[in-house]
Design a protein around this ligand. Structure first.
Ligand SMILES: [Zn+2]
Length: 86
């Protein structure tokens, strides 16, 4: 089980690497997705992620934080995901 604290820590580590500044990080129950981010920099993570492996958490965090730079899943977005998660 991953704790809230670990999730927030992981978000901060990756935010520094990716050079983004999420304004707020929320962890709550979500219905159909693992995470979302708003254009204003609020990142929300599904509470259920606490039961998933840490590797998966990392994937989700990197994906959402990259959206603070690139709103779509374009070439650049995909290239960076690959680079960060290699
Ligand atoms: Zn996405």
């Amino acid at each position: 089980m991953i704790t809230h604290e670990e999730i927030k820590k992981e978000v901060h580590i990756w935010a520094e690497k990716i050079k983004v500044k999420p304004m707020q990080v929320h962890i709550r129950q979500m219905k159909n997705k693992w995470a979302s981010c708003s254009s204003r920099g609020r990142v929300t993570l599904n509470k259920d992620i606490m039961k998933e492996p840490k590797k998966f958490l990392k994937q989700v965090i990197v994906h959402e934080l990259l959206h603070l730079k690139y709103p779509n899943h374009g070439k650049m977005f995909k290239a960076l995901i690959k680079a960060y998660l290699k």
